[in-house]
Design a protein around this ligand. Structure first.
Ligand code: DAH
Length: 347
């Protein structure tokens, strides 16, 4: 009996089902009441009792094997029939519009990628902030013009009572995330913070009331200005190509001392001077400096033991320089003729 089962199994396996007719013949030959498997089941009663268990199992397997082959082929044939009758596979497909990433997302992701390769984490903070995190703890004097309604969108003006002293506002820069990170973490801290910022500006080709920044912060023992410079050079060459040069100019920010602004060599003219760089050969990219000891102290970090550097840049600005976009408004208009031009491998 076992030999016969094996033989039949091989036969079923080899059976070619290539249409409705052979499918029906297969069913009659093996699965019908008078089919070969039924014949074997009929003979089962003559199997000696000690072999019944094994043989019964083999027989059941055989039956299942044949039934599965039958139903699988039946389904396949009915699908083929359906496809053949209703779909012309030679027709051209409908044109699907393929989406692209927004240029700001592309450049933000690239910046994150560049810094994560040298150990920077990503941290985020709230867009609706208080003046303490946006200004006071960052060492802004109480009469600093950025605190003025002209520059900042205030949500709720508070009169500065002892119990609840903070105005609620939309953050004007991502430097506020520095403060939040330093309040909550112990050095060494090495992080970047991308995000949206808001300023009370009339919208034009060169200014917008919403834009994006990335803040960078490194606080540890013995962090020096040389570390900052080297990190920024690495960053600029990764984002703009190995031929780019950088230059640091002294500047002022309340939260860094000393402070600088970094320019990159003009990637349009290569530094010779053109109308994009206004003949100077340089394009301004970001602000940076050594974290002011007052800021470290306000955030509960010992300014004697630790030093740090910080930098901040506009993502729209970096994107403009990288792709030669000359009008900020293009980023917000969602015109697909503009957006379609940005394709990238980076997700
Ligand atoms: N927060 C500054 C701005 O919005 C940019 C900036 C400058 C950030 C210097 C920094 C820095 O961290 O060190 O213009």
């Amino acid at each position: 009996m076992k030999d016969r089962i094996a033989e039949l199994k091989k036969e079923i396996e080899d059976y070619l089902i290539d249409g409705e007719d052979s499918l029906e013949q297969f069913r009659i030959a093996y699965l019908s009441k008078k089919g070969q498997i039924s014949v074997l089941f009929d003979g089962f009663r003559n199997v000696p009792p000690e072999a019944k268990r094994d043989t019964g199992q083999l027989l059941n397997d055989l039956k299942q094997f044949a039934a599965e082959k039958y139903s699988g082929n039946k389904e396949r044939l009915s699908m083929t029939e359906m496809v053949q009758s209703s779909v012309d596979l030679t027709m051209p497909a409908y044109p699907f519009a393929e989406g692209t990433r927004h240029p700001i997302s592309i450049v933000r992701n690239e910046i994150i990628d560049i810094f994560s390769r040298i150990g920077f984490t990503v941290s985020e903070g709230p867009e609706i902030e208080d003046d303490n995190h946006v200004f006071t703890m960052l060492n802004f004097a109480s009469d600093h013009p950025a605190r003025d309604m002209q520059d900042t969108f205030f949500i709720e003006k508070k009169s500065g009572t002892e119990s609840d002293p903070h105005d609620v506002l939309l953050r004007t820069h991502t430097s506020s995330v520095q403060v939040r990170v330093m309040e909550n973490e112990k050095p060494p801290i090495r992080t970047i913070s991308p995000g949206r910022v808001f300023r009370n500006e009339a919208v034009s080709a060169r200014a917008h009331c919403i834009f994006h920044q990335v803040e960078g912060l490194y606080v540890a023992e013995n962090v020096s200005f040389a570390d900052l410079k080297q990190t920024l050079l690495y960053f600029a060459t990764e984002l703009f190509g190995k031929d780019v040069r950088i230059r640091l100019r002294p500047s002022f920010f309340p939260f860094t001392e000393p402070s600088a602004e970094m320019d990159i060599s003009c990637n349009i003219c290569g530094g010779k001077g053109c109308n994009v760089c206004k003949g100077t050969g340089w394009l301004e990219l970001l602000g940076c400096g050594m974290v002011d000891p007052n800021v470290l102290e306000a955030c509960g970090i010992d300014p004697v033991k630790y030093t740090g550097y910080a930098f901040g840049m506009g993502i729209e600005r970096a994107t403009m320089l990288k792709y030669g976009v000359n009008d900020l408004r293009l980023y917000f208009e969602n015109d697909i003729r503009f957006l379609n031009q940005f394709r990238t491998e980076i997700l």
